[in-house]
Design a protein around this ligand. Structure first.
Ligand SMILES: *[C@@H]1O[C@H](CO)[C@@H](O)[C@H](O)[C@H]1NC(C)=O
Ligand SMILES: *[C@@H]1O[C@H](CO)[C@@H](O)[C@H](O)[C@H]1NC(C)=O
Ligand SMILES: *[C@@H]1O[C@H](CO)[C@@H](O)[C@H](O)[C@H]1NC(C)=O
Length: 317
């Protein structure tokens, strides 16, 4: 979630994990997908050109070195960057499922992860940073589950929450669609299927976003996934939708301002999940973006950043 240029600084940003951090190399693409499957994506995108990988050096210059802070269950890796004089609280960003990129160094593998435990870890992480003001908290997908869980269960720890492509879990929320689940359940996911998880390939805007991202973040994320973290997070997500009800139950009591952003055609965490949260929260902002998928934050990056900016700049009620 990096703003292009500096026209509109959103805040000092602290990212527990950012997308696309891995240095881009041709080898990543080569290893991630055999030629025939890669060819499927090239064909869909009407291109025969070899994939162009975006340079990550300017991003790395911006976000600076990887820092660490110890909390009781883990050592958490993070980057701290941005405009400290923006006058706004820190904006803390949390990644989604499987996107840990070596940054969560789990010390206590014996303790199961849940969305609630990850929310507690986030609160401990915030305390460990000793920020002058409670931060705003923005999370995507599983990171969005954590963001709404922090607002619902530890609201004093943060200022505002921005769950994107998120859900409050419990049996009250809409489950993933059959199409989304069937792709997730495949042992070897084809690149084009992976893209269809994040972008509606049947729309012009979705197909364009998929092709723009095809040889950048998805391949790098696939390469960077840690199997152990993936399994523990998958169990945490199952638990969140089938067992936990605390976040869902607590929504009517949330006092933090909340901005919910969803993609109309999200097949993993359907937009209905955000509508259901909005119906239970006292005074939410809700934006469902047409023709967007689970990857709405990257598919509609500029719109999402404008929304985030408007929300964070709006007066307290
Ligand atoms: C590829 O070309 C076909 C035929 O011109 C077109 O229908 C399709 O939308 C194109 N796909 C993308 C991703 O631009
Ligand atoms: C690991 O987690 C388990 C279960 O929560 C707990 O009983 C145990 O004390 C923890 N171990 C350490 C070293 O923190
Ligand atoms: C595109 O796919 C989405 C998700 O599967 C579906 O809900 C939507 O109706 C489709 N739209 C069109 C124009 O086919």
């Amino acid at each position: 979630m990096l703003r292009r240029g500096s026209a509109n600084p959103t805040a000092v940003c602290l990212a527990m994990v950012l997308l696309c951090l891995r240095p881009a190399t041709g080898a990543v693409v080569g290893q991630a997908a055999p030629v025939s499957e890669e060819g499927e994506v090239l064909q869909f995108c009407n291109t025969t050109a070899p994939p162009l990988l975006a340079s990550t050096s300017s991003k790395q210059d911006l976000i600076g070195p990887l820092l660490h802070v110890a909390i009781s269950t883990s050592i958490v890796g993070y980057h701290s960057f941005g405009w400290a004089d923006s006058g706004r609280p820190t904006l803390l960003l949390i990644h989604g499922f499987g996107q840990s990129l070596d940054m969560w160094d789990d010390l206590n593998i014996s303790s199961p992860l849940t969305i609630q435990s990850m929310a507690e870890d986030t609160v401990e992480f915030i305390q460990a940073l000793q920020l002058p003001l409670p931060p705003n908290l923005m999370g995507v997908s599983m990171g969005g589950f954590i963001a709404i869980a922090v607002a619902a269960l530890h609201g004093d720890a943060i200022h505002r929450a921005i769950p994107i492509s998120a859900s409050a879990g419990s049996l009250g929320s809409e489950p993933p669609t059959d199409k989304g689940l069937s792709i997730v359940a495949q042992p070897e996911r084809r690149p084009l299927d992976m893209l269809s998880l994040f972008y509606p390939l049947n729309t012009t805007r979705g197909a364009k976003a998929a092709c723009d991202s095809a040889f950048q973040s998805l391949y790098m994320l696939a390469e960077a996934t840690i199997t152990e973290a993936y399994g523990r997070q998958a169990l945490a997500i199952l638990h969140y939708f089938n067992v936990e009800t605390a976040v869902w139950d607590a929504l009517p009591l949330v006092r933090n301002p909340v901005l919910l952003i969803a993609g109309q055609y999200d097949i993993l965490v359907p937009a209905q999940s955000s509508r259901a949260m909005a119906a239970r929260l006292p005074a939410p902002w809700l934006v469902v973006i047409p023709e967007a998928g689970h990857g709405v934050a990257s598919q509609c990056r500029d719109t999402v950043l404008d929304l985030v900016d408007a929300f964070l700049g709006s007066p307290d009620l």
